[in-house]
Design a protein around this ligand. Structure first.
Ligand SMILES: Nc1nc(=O)c2c([nH]1)NC[C@@H]1CN(c3ccc(C(=O)N[C@@H](CCC(=O)O)C(=O)O)cc3)CN21
Ligand SMILES: CC(C)C(=O)C(=O)O
Ligand SMILES: [Mg+2]
Length: 305
């Protein structure tokens, strides 16, 4: 049986104590649709992420954009999934994250929230959908909560966006901040560069504190010197989530196609590749092609009469 059938998923995860939906999925529908009834596993709460910080236990976050990967990451114990606007690159093949739209993001957010029951799903607000005003930020966040069924949103920017964060949190939507290198501002930042070196470190600390005061429940720090990230992590009571921000953040995030080696070519310095999915998929596709051309697939076991 191939590894992604409902049966093998249920068998693979039955060893864990935490496999409610995978077992249900076998009896409710083929191809791993989650059941309509809420499974037993409980959603990760923001309060829990705060407790992990207080206990000094770092936690992982991964991006997710589709159902199979979201469910695999849930089963792997990832407590927070980010439907990143990096989907602009990883899903939609845009050259940067700027062109992706709210509608394009909503399709992916819905796919991920339909797929998992335990992880907290954070929706990244795309460029142009919140910068105009706090009111626009609230309106867009409401769409991601109502239509996308997200549990929180993330937006990029420091002090200047504290009013936006405050408005969104006041509306009842948890907000994750994002400072340091903020890809939606790549043109004003002058490219993919480390932020907060030297004197700019103090500005970054002010940004982080302003976001916390505005009600953010966590802050992503991207491409920030480890020393600055460490200081911010100590000064904030809310968790910091690092990507290229050194080992002392409360959490770490990577884009999943980067960390699984699906992305080919040069990867940023902050990426560690934990698998070679590009190699595995290339071999699978080449072998399939060879077998079709050589008439060795399909065989009787794949054939109906
Ligand atoms: N696949 C993917 N992974 C990401 O991490 C990611 C996206 N897409 N899309 C949206 C943003 C863009 N990000 C990026 C993109 C490029 C670099 C990069 O090229 N960094 C180089 C240069 C660093 C420097 O010159 O100081 C590096 O080696 O880290 C970093 C972050 C992070 N995000
Ligand atoms: C890299 C993470 C933090 C992100 O914002 C994204 O995936 O869009
Ligand atoms: Mg993003």
């Amino acid at each position: 049986m191939s590894p992604d059938t409902p049966r093998s998923r249920a068998e693979a995860s039955s060893a864990s104590t935490d496999s409610a939906h995978t077992q249900d999925s076998e009896t409710t529908a083929p191809y791993g649709q989650p059941p309509e009834q809420a499974p037993l596993r409980k959603r990760v709460r923001i309060h829990h992420l705060q407790e992990l910080k207080e206990r000094g236990e770092p936690w992982p976050m991964l991006t997710a954009y589709d159902t199979y990967t979201a469910r695999l990451f849930e089963d792997a114990g990832i407590p927070v999934l980010l439907v990143g606007d990096s989907a602009a690159n990883t899903v939609y093949a845009y050259e940067s994250s700027l062109p992706v739209t709210v509608e394009e993001m909503l399709f992916l957010v819905r796919a991920v929230t339909r797929s998992v029951t335990k992880p907290l799903v954070v929706a990244d607000l795309p460029f142009g959908s919140y910068q105009v005003s706090p009111e626009q930020a609230v309106a867009t966040s409401v769409r991601f909560m109502k239509e996308g069924r997200a549990h929180a949103v993330k937006l990029e920017g420091g002090r200047r966006f504290a009013p936006h964060v405050e408005a969104v949190t006041s509306a009842g939507v948890p907000v994750m901040g994002h400072i340091g290198f903020t890809p939606q501002s790549e043109h004003s930042l002058g490219g993919y560069r480390v932020q907060g070196r030297g004197a700019a470190g103090d500005a970054l600390i002010a940004d982080a504190l302003a976001l916390q005061d505005a009600g953010a429940f966590a802050v992503v720090m991207e491409m920030v010197p480890a020393e600055v990230a460490k200081q911010i992590t100590h000064e904030l009571t809310i968790p910091t989530v690092g990507i290229g921000a050194g080992p002392d953040c409360d959490a770490q995030v990577l884009v999943w196609q980067d960390m699984a080696g699906l992305r080919t070519g040069r990867v940023p310095r902050f990426v560690k590749q934990y698998a070679d999915l590009a190699g595995a998929l290339t071999t699978a596709a080449r072998t399939f092609a060879d077998e079709v051309r050589g008439r060795s697939f399909p065989t009787p076991e794949h054939t109906f009469h």
